[in-house]
Design a protein around this ligand. Structure first.
Ligand code: NAD
Ligand code: ZN
Length: 259
């Protein structure tokens, strides 16, 4: 395991080693977390500047949502607006390009911001849902979050148009909710069959999602971790690159494409 800091010769070495591992991969899997979207202006939960440093995580629990939907939507209004306005950054784009080049089989993400899809990733597994959509807890209809966001000023909490009054919730997995069974199965299938696991921007402490990279390691795939801060899996990695996803990923793509 090598932890490498930006701006050193060792950093260049580790970029090169990671780039070569990616170049050799034919069915690599990228596993991403909130850190890959930080440079798109979306706050992470943990780590420096993370949301949980200032906000109680209970606000993301299903119990709280059901007990006070208006309170939830009032809290979520600003963050929801930022999520809808966010655009993919160079890291999302590099992963989409690595898929097109045939090195990645797909992306498994914990993120709910929809930025991998906007960047052009074709095979995408969203473990925690997608916050650009809302679902009605009463009739099951879904609609784009943008329309709901636009009427929050006059309708609090927002109500379902399809059934005329049902409770609307972002289509994301809250604390206390089950993860989508099909997505979880697909993520572990991809991990078990991959020949490289590339983790980007995840603290690797949210379970069971964090078990996905572990499944790849157990199946014998080399692990690359790109994260701003250390993770509990650094010891298992072939290469650890401490840096910003938007700076590191384009470099890795360039090296892999040239190899
Ligand atoms: P996390 O917030 O626990 O950890 C993010 C990690 O990214 C931290 O270790 C941090 O050091 C690192 N980081 C911050 N900026 C970075 C950058 N520019 N480049 C590289 N690394 C950077 O995130 P997680 O591991 O994804 O787990 C948190 C849960 O929060 C997930 O379940 C996810 O659903 C949810 N979440 C999603 C979003 C989103 O959709 N963008 C945002 C916040 C939280
Ligand atoms: Zn409804």
């Amino acid at each position: 395991m090598r932890v490498i800091q930006l701006g050193t010769t060792a950093y260049a070495d580790s970029l090169f080693r990671a780039g070569e591992l990616i170049a050799a991969a034919r069915q690599g899997v990228a596993f991403t977390g909130a850190g890959i979207s930080a440079e798109s202006g979306i706050q992470t939960y943990r780590g420096q500047g993370g949301l949980w440093n200032t906000v109680d995580p209970k606000f993301a629990s299903i119990d709280y949502f059901l007990s006070d939907p208006a309170g939830y939507w009032t809290n979520a209004k600003e963050r929801g607006g930022r999520l809808l306005a966010a655009r993919p950054n160079l890291a999302h784009e590099a992963l989409a390009e690595l898929e097109r080049l045939g090195h990645l089989a797909g992306v498994v993400t914990q993120n709910v911001d929809g930025l991998h899809e906007l960047a052009g990733t074709r095979r995408l597994v969203e473990l925690h849902g997608n916050g650009r959509t809302v679902v009605c807890l009463d009739c099951g209809a879904s609609e784009p979050r943008a329309g709901v966001q636009a009427r929050l000023d006059r309708e609090m909490p927002p109500r379902c148009r399809a059934c005329g009054g049902g409770r609307l919730k972002p289509a994301v997995v809250f604390f206390g909710e089950q993860m989508p069974v099909r997505a979880v199965r697909e993520a572990f299938d991809l991990a078990a069959a991959c020949d490289l696991m590339l983790v980007v921007g995840s603290s690797l402490v949210v379970y069971p999602a964090a078990e996905v990279p572990l499944a790849a390691v157990e199946a014998g795939a080399p692990l690359i971790i790109v994260n701003a801060e250390p993770t509990p899996y650094d010891e298992l990695a072939a290469v650890v690159i401490a840096g910003k996803a938007g700076e590191v990923l384009p470099e890795l793509k360039r090296i892999a494409a040239a190899a």
